[in-house]
Design a protein around this ligand. Structure first.
Ligand code: GCB
Length: 589
């Protein structure tokens, strides 16, 4: 799943822009041939969520159609042509010139179909994509669960705390490659004293025997190795003397080019290692702290749609607070985000959309396992070459049937689903580790959840809300509970701990002296308390505040105006007092 690029042998045409759009609540489109064009269509922006573009579509999660026409440039003739969708949430189906080409499920990862035989060279081509985002118990993440009925029910009925935005959220691109193309590249870097070792495996689109070359350039270095493809696969190793290592402080990138007789692909490569030793995470053999945020792809009008100016601005704001890290809570972010993270030196915990996994019936669990494994496969395939990605996260807050919030470590004899949960979660961790033994793997755990679910994690990632959902308003007691729990978990596992979430809803502009819940003062005190508790513990390897910015959640009595207000910044990116506290801790000269 190489990112489509433009060079002298590859082409790329971005179809972002205004498309025709029509909702299809009765599912008539396929029978009525909507893929040929939409009657009574309205204009819609791609990328973007439909929910934020039209008021009547705000809560619409059913089927909808996107259509546009495009020429394929004549210069692409003789090459293989693909249509690639960056993200269609949740299920996308592609039609070209009236023919159904294929479908993809899972809302946050790219998919591409070859359309060479369908392309018209002498006329415009009609490209249609239907997208459907129904909430279902078997999907990942799940919705419309029976258990969600009751006082804490939300609308729409998600199992997760963010708005289920729908649509084409990332660019749709046409691209072309030579007949025998470079299909995949895997880069693994290690360090041998002052040398950087770059091991590359390249795969062709055919099991051919062929020659090729590999070059690495940057910082005055230019290295070359021969590639001998057998059965379409070749490997080579380059040793970079006095390598300039990639890190959060110096995110140096080399250019790596794979060249074959017909094709050429260049990607940016950072030489770095990531490991764990005792209570420390080691980047290039040296301890590093992952300070930053849990985030969301979320903004007014664009919804979950790729928003490049916002992305650049957010990196600037994160840096301004001194952050060097974030988690792609709770789904894979755009490829453009990952590229920027490589460039800007952010350390990423890369997460699949397995948020709030529940362990109810055997059939549901089996289906969610299948989808989650698919998402791990696709995520690792997409992101494996990004130096910024240091850890795979295979689940956020899997849910036992009952919670042990007092932390007593027992559930009073009730069946919490611990065994089923453990089996599924360990299968997910094992898959990520098998696909990529060079990175760390983790599960982000829920307050009061079974500790046995952490056993196979390289890093213990904990979401904790001492002082908010538990002991709200009592920060002194909250601190004692937090410290007690951190010390207990460290004593038990002896592994680095990252607090992947801690936060307090805060209404920007609301003040209190003394500070009370929802005021800016309370959030500032809450965050200070957590950072102090962490600073006193060497085994705490990272602190990620929930959340970077206020974001759209679902409607419930917990979410004022449908927003989760735990942002350090407002949804329009103005700092709350807490931002200055973070600067004090993280951005000190
Ligand atoms: C959590 C979830 C996150 C929620 C957050 C909250 O534990 O992982 O998705 O938004 O709590 O604010 O309640």
């Amino acid at each position: 799943m190489l990112y489509p690029i433009q060079n002298e042998v590859r082409n790329r045409l971005d179809l972002s822009g205004i498309w025709d759009f029509k909702a299809d609540p009765e599912g008539r489109g396929e029978d009525e041939g909507w893929f040929d064009g939409l009657e009574g269509a309205r204009p819609i922006a791609v990328p973007g969520s439909w929910n934020e573009q039209y008021e009547d579509l705000f809560n619409y999660l059913g089927l909808a159609w996107y259509v546009r026409r495009a020429y394929v440039p004549a210069g692409w003739r003789g090459q293989r042509i693909f249509l690639r969708v960056g993200s269609a949430n949740y299920q996308g189906t592609v039609y070209v010139n009236g023919e159904r080409v294929g479908s993809h499920e899972g809302g946050h990862l790219p998919f591409a179909f070859e359309i060479s035989r369908l392309v018209r060279w002498d006329a415009e081509n009609t490209i249609a994509i239907s997208v459907e985002n129904e909430l279902k118990p078997t999907r990942v993440p799940s919705g419309n669960m029976k258990s969600a009925i009751g006082a804490f029910a939300s609308f729409p009925r998600t199992t997760f705390d963010f708005f289920p935005f729908a649509g084409l959220h990332r660019p749709v691109v046409l691209y072309s490659v030579p007949h025998v193309a470079i299909d995949d590249i895997t880069v693994v870097t290690t360090i041998d004293r002052s040398e950087g070792v770059v091991k590359v495996t390249a795969r062709l689109s055919e099991p051919a025997t062929a020659g090729g070359s590999l070059t690495l350039s940057g910082g005055g270095t230019a290295l070359r190795a021969e590639l001998a493809f057998e059965d379409g696969v070749a490997t080579a190793e380059l040793r970079v003397p006095n390598a300039r290592l990639w890190s959060d402080k110096d995110p140096y990138l080399y250019d790596l080019t794979v060249q074959t007789a017909d094709d050429r692909y260049t990607l940016e490569v950072g030489i770095r290692t990531i490991a764990v030793e005792g209570g420390k995470i080691l980047l290039n053999g040296k301890p590093v702290q992952l300070n930053g945020y849990g985030r969301h792809e979320d903004f007014i009008a664009s919804g979950k749609g790729l928003n490049l100016p916002l992305m650049v601005k957010d990196y600037g704001l994160m840096r301004w607070t001194g952050a060097n890290s974030y988690r792609t809570s709770h789904y894979p972010y755009s490829e453009e985000e990952m590229q920027l993270a490589d460039r800007e030196g952010f350390l990423i915990i890369d997460e699949i959309p397995a948020v709030s996994l529940q362990f109810d019936t055997e059939e549901n669990i089996a289906e969610r396992l299948r989808v989650s494994l698919q998402q791990i496969d696709e995520l690792v395939a997409r992101d494996k070459n990004h130096p910024s990605v240091v850890m795979w996260c295979v689940a956020n807050e899997p849910m036992p049937r009952t919670l042990d919030l007092a932390g007593a470590g027992d559930s009073g004899g009730e069946d919490t689903g611990e065994a089923e949960g453990k089996a599924m979660l360990e299968t997910l961790l094992a898959r990520a580790r098998e696909l990529d033994p060079t990175r760390l793997v983790t599960i982000v755990t829920l307050m009061g959840g079974p500790q046995s679910w952490m056993e196979q994690c390289d890093v213990i990632c904990m979401n904790r809300y001492w002082g908010w959902y538990v002991l709200g308003g009592e920060l002194d007691k909250a601190r004692a509970s937090l410290e007690g729990e951190l010390d207990q978990v460290w004593a038990k596992f002896g592994r680095p701990i990252i607090m992947t979430e801690f936060g307090a809803d805060t209404m920007a502009g609301m003040h209190g002296h003394p500070s009370v819940m929802w005021t800016e003062e309370y959030q500032a005190d809450f965050i200070r308390m957590h950072l102090e508790a962490a600073a006193a513990r060497e085994f705490v390897a990272g602190m990620q505040v929930w959340n970077f910015a206020d974001f759209a959640a679902v409607q419930s009595i917990m979410r004022v105006g449908g927003l989760n207000m735990k942002g350090v910044f407002t949804r329009t990116r103005q700092p709350k007092m807490a931002a200055h506290v973070l600067r004090e801790f993280w951005a000190r000269p």
